[in-house]
Design a protein around this ligand. Structure first.
Ligand code: XMP
Length: 513
C-alpha cells in the first residue's frame, strides 16, 4: 500500500518544522524538503498535498527562493503560508507589494467560512501574523476569503485548481483555529485518510531496517538518552544480536549516569543486545584542554566520539552500519536544510569524511522529541527511560562555559544532581520540559564563615517547551530554588553563588553553548 504523504517545501521560515508536526498530528505522514526539490522528484513521491512555508525574503527579490508555475499545475493541492502565499500570488499573476502597515503578532482576521479551508472556523478569529509584504491583488480566478483591517488578502483560494494561500501562520499555537484549518486542508482538500500512526512508524521502521541491513553488522552509538535508547531498541527488535551498542563514557555525563546506562543496557538489563562500555574520560578531557569556543568544543567532542566508534568498530571487525539517534530538530538546527546554522549538533554536523562504515542509519531522523517518546512507548521501553529529559550529545561540555576541566565537571555534576533531586522531591519534574545546572565561567567574591571566597557561580535553567524549538523559562517556586541554592553552596565545593536563568528561546537557546 502506498503511504499517503504531504510535502512541505521549505523557504527558510522559522516555523517550517512546526507545519510538518501539525500535519503529523492529523495522523498524516509529512516530510519537509528544500524549496528547490525537483518537480520530477515531487511527481515520483506522489504527495496528496504540498505546503509552501513562510520565509524571510521578498518574492520580488533578485535571489529570493521561488518555485515554478508548473508546481501549481500538477493537480496536487497547494497551501501557501505567509511567504508561500505571496509566492502563489506572484507566480500566478497577482500583485505583491510592501504593505503600508506591517502586521506582527496576534491579529483579528475575518473569514469567509464558506471556504472549505475555513470550515467550522469562526467568522472572526485570532491569527498569528508576521509580514512586511502583502498580496495587494489576487491572480485571475482567485477569490479573497479572509482579510484584516490592514491586510486586504489574508487568505485567497482557487478551489477548482486546489490552490489556497494564507498570509498568517496556521501552524503556531497563537492562531487559535489554525489546527482546524490545517486539518481542513489535509482531509477536505487533499482527501487524506489519516491512518498514519506511531505503530505504523514502528512497524515500517523495523521492516525498513531489516531490509536495509540484511545480514550486516550494525554498531549503535548509545548514550542512554531517550533518542539513542529508542533507536537501539528499535534496532534490537529489527536485527537482534547483529547489533552491537557502544556506550562511550566521555566524562561529560550526569552524575552516576554511566553506571545507570550500563545497568539498563548491559548484560544484566532486559535487552538482548551486545553492549560495550568505553571509558574515554581522560581522552576527552585531554582534547578539550584550553579550548573555550563553544563551536570548537562541540566539534572536538563530536569528532572524538566518532574516532572512539571507529576504533571499536575495528575491534569488532567488518561493521557495515553506524546507527545514530539523530532526531528532527537536530537536523534542522544543524543547518542541513536551508535554515540558518544555530549550533552544530555533534551527532549530525561533526561526522568526518573518513568514517569506516558503509552507511549511517538514523531511524528517528524525521521524528520530533514527543514522537520519539511515543515510539519508545510503542516499543515497550520502560516509562522512566522514555520520559527522561533530553541530554545533549556533547553533554556537560556545553553546560560548562569556557574551558572544560575535571574540576568543573565535578562541580556541575554535583550541582545538577542536587537540582534534579530537589525538583523531583517537589513533584514538579513532570511539569518541566528540561532543567539542569550549568557552570558559568564567572567567579565572584563571597564570604563563607569568616573567610573570603572567590568561587564559581552556578546557573540553574528550567524551561517549558513542547518541541524544544521554542521554550519559555519555567517559574520554579521560590522555596524550591531556595533549598537548591542552599544545598549547592553548602555541599558543592567551589561554588559560592547560584543564579536562575529567566530567558526564553528565542532569544536564548536552551543549552548555554
Ligand atoms: P538548544 O540549546 O539548541 O537545545 O535550544 C535544544 C534541545 O537540543 C538539545 N541539544 C542537543 N542534543 N546534540 C543533541 O543530541 C547536541 O549537540 C545538542 N545541543 C543541544 C538540548 O539539550 C535541548 O533539548
Amino acid at each position: 500500500m502506498e503511504k499517503e504523504m504531504i510535502i512541505v517545501l521549505d523557504f527558510g521560515g522559522q516555523y517550517n518544522q512546526l507545519i510538518a508536526r501539525r500535519v503529523r498530528e492529523c495522523n498524516v505522514y509529512c516530510e519537509v524538503h528544500a524549496y528547490d526539490l525537483p518537480l520530477d522528484k515531487i511527481k515520483e513521491m506522489n504527495p496528496k498535498g504540498i505546503i509552501l512555508t513562510g520565509g524571510p525574503n521578498s518574492v520580488y527579490g533578485e535571489d529570493s527562493p521561488r518555485c515554478t508555475r508548473e508546481l501549481f499545475e500538477l493537480g496536487i493541492p497547494v497551501l501557501g503560508i505567509c511567504y508561500g502565499s505571496q509566492l502563489v500570488s506572484y507566480i500566478l499573476g497577482g500583485n505583491v507589494t510592501s504593505a503600508p502597515v506591517s502586521e506582527y503578532g496576534k491579529t483579528e482576521v475575518t473569514f469567509d467560512t464558506s471556504s472549505v479551508l475555513f470550515k467550522n472556523v469562526s467568522e472572526t478569529s485570532i491569527c498569528w501574523m508576521s509580514h512586511t509584504d502583502y498580496i495587494e491583488s489576487v491572480p485571475a480566478d482567485f477569490k479573497i476569503v479572509a482579510h484584516t483591517p490592514v491586510c486586504p488578502v489574508a487568505a485567497m483560494e482557487n478551489p477548482e485548481k486546489g490552490l489556497y494561500a494564507v498570509q498568517f501562520h496556521p501552524e503556531v499555537v497563537h492562531t487559535a483555529e489554525g489546527m482546524k484549518m490545517l486539518s481542513n486542508f489535509v482531509f477536505d482538500i487533499c482527501h487524506c485518510s489519516g491512518d498514519w500512526k506511531m505503530d505504523s512508524f514502528v512497524e515500517t521502521a523495523i521492516l525498513q531496517l531489516r531490509e536495509k541491513i540484511g545480514t550486516g553488522k550494525v554498531l549503535c552509538a548509545l548514550s542512554g538518552g531517550v533518542d539513542s535508547s529508542v533507536a537501539a531498541v528499535l534496532l534490537a527488535k529489527a536485527i537482534g544480536k547483529q547489533l552491537t551498542c557502544v556506550f562511550v563514557d566521555h566524562g561529560l555525563l550526569r552524575k552516576d549516569e554511566g553506571d545507570e546506562v550500563e545497568s539498563v543496557f548491559g548484560p544484566d538489563g532486559p535487552y538482548d543486545l551486545n553492549f560495550i562500555r568505553v571509558n574515554a574520560q581522560e581522552r576527552f578531557y585531554e582534547k578539550l584542554k584550553g579550548v573555550e569556543e563553544p563551536e570548537q568544543k562541540r566539534k572536538i567532542i563530536g569528532e572524538e566520539f566518532i574516532r572512539v566508534f571507529e576504533e571499536e568498530a575495528k575491534k569488532i571487525g567488518a561493521v557495515d552500519f553506524l546507527v545514530q539517534g539523530t532526531i528532527y530538530p537536530d537536523v534542522i538546527e544543524s543547518g542541513l536544510g536551508k535554515s540558518a546554522v544555530i549550533k552544530s549538533h555533534h551527532n549530525v554536523g561533526g561526522l568526518p569524511d573518513c568514517v569506516d562504515f558503509k552507511e549511517i542509519v538514523e531511524p528517528l531522523r524525521l521524528l520530533f522529541k514527543d514522537e520519539v517518546r511515543k515510539a519508545g512507548r510503542e516499543l515497550g521501553i520502560p516509562e522512566y527511560l522514555v520520559s527522561r529529559q533530553p541530554f545533549p550529545g556533547p553533554g556537560l561540555g556545553i553546560r560548562i562555559i569556557g574551558e572544560v576541566t575535571p574540576e568543573k565537571v565535578r562541580i556541575v555534576q554535583d550541582a545538577d544532581f542536587i537540582y534534579r533531586e530537589e525538583i523531583a522531591k517537589a513533584g514538579i519534574d513532570k511539569d518541566l520540559g528540561q532543567y539542569f545546572a550549568a557552570i558559568t565561567n564567572m567567579r565572584s567574591v563571597g564570604v563563607m564563615g569568616d573567610e573570603r571566597t572567590y568561587d564559581y557561580a552556578i546557573a540553574l535553567r528550567a524551561v517549558n517547551t513542547s518541541d524544544f524549538m521554542t521554550a519559555e523559562a519555567a517559574q520554579i517556586p521560590w522555596e524550591v530554588l531556595n533549598v537548591v541554592t542552599n544545598r549547592i553552596v553548602n555541599e558543592v565545593k567551589g561554588v559560592n553563588r547560584v543564579l536562575y536563568d529567566c530567558t526564553g528561546k528565542p532569544p536564548a537557546t536552551i543549552e548555554f553553548e
